[in-house]
Design a protein around this ligand. Structure first.
Ligand code: AMP
Length: 186
């Protein structure tokens, strides 16, 4: 099973990703998590990514595409994967499409989890109290939502026109939302 999980910050992508990857026994690739560990390890990539991340901006497409090219070619990805937080721009989606084609892979579906903005801000502000993430502060949250609307939302049309998009309502209990996701994948 090869999946992309799309949705605004705070919609619960990370939480749902864990449940979905366990269900299908596939790897969960969160580009946010990968980048945070690169920052922590002070690698070249981490050093280049940090200032963008702290400002709530996107790390340049080229860096993400190189990182994901290397990651998706690892053997643990052969049985399937769940991409969480990637692609996030049209150039990334184009790059991913080319990469998948070169590897002979095909996405089974792109799941878009939705929620209204008020709910998202409430959840992110709450998360910011315990997450320790430097980008969960009110100004950076606003910036990240704005970046999502401007740069990532166009992917909904991109994947919808390819008949790959499945929308799932992200308001409700965690297990209930997982069920909705598994249902649209049947
Ligand atoms: P996330 O944990 O998915 O909210 O990602 C945290 C931050 O990592 C984002 O605000 C971006 O700065 C960076 N990031 C993660 N994924 C991507 C991506 N696909 N393209 C560009 N930047 C990304």
């Amino acid at each position: 099973m090869k999946l992309v999980l799309l949705g605004p910050p705070g919609v619960g992508k990370g939480t749902q990703a864990v449940n979905v990857k366990e269900h299908f026994n596939i790897v969960h690739l969160s580009t946010g998590d990968i980048l945070r560990s690169e920052v922590k390890a002070e690698t070249d990539l981490g050093k280049q990514a940090k200032s963008f991340m702290d400002a709530g901006k996107l790390v340049p497409d080229e860096l993400l595409l190189q990182m994901m090219d290397a990651r998706l070619r690892k053997p643990d990805c052969d049985p399937g994967y769940l991409l969480d937080g990637f692609p996030r721009t049209i150039p990334q989606a184009d790059g991913l499409e080319q990469l998948l084609e070169a590897m002979g892979h095909k996405l089974d579906a792109v799941i878009s989890i939705t929620a209204n903005e008020e709910e998202l801000i409430n959840r992110l502000v709450l998360r910011g109290k315990t997450s320790g993430r430097s980008d969960d502060t009110p100004e950076v949250i606003r910036q990240r939502l704005e970046v999502y609307r401007r740069q990532t939302e166009p992917l909904l049309d991109f994947y919808s026109s390819r008949k790959q998009l499945k929308e799932v309502d992200g308001i409700g209990d965690i297990p209930e939302i997982t069920e909705r996701i598994l249902e649209v994948l049947k």
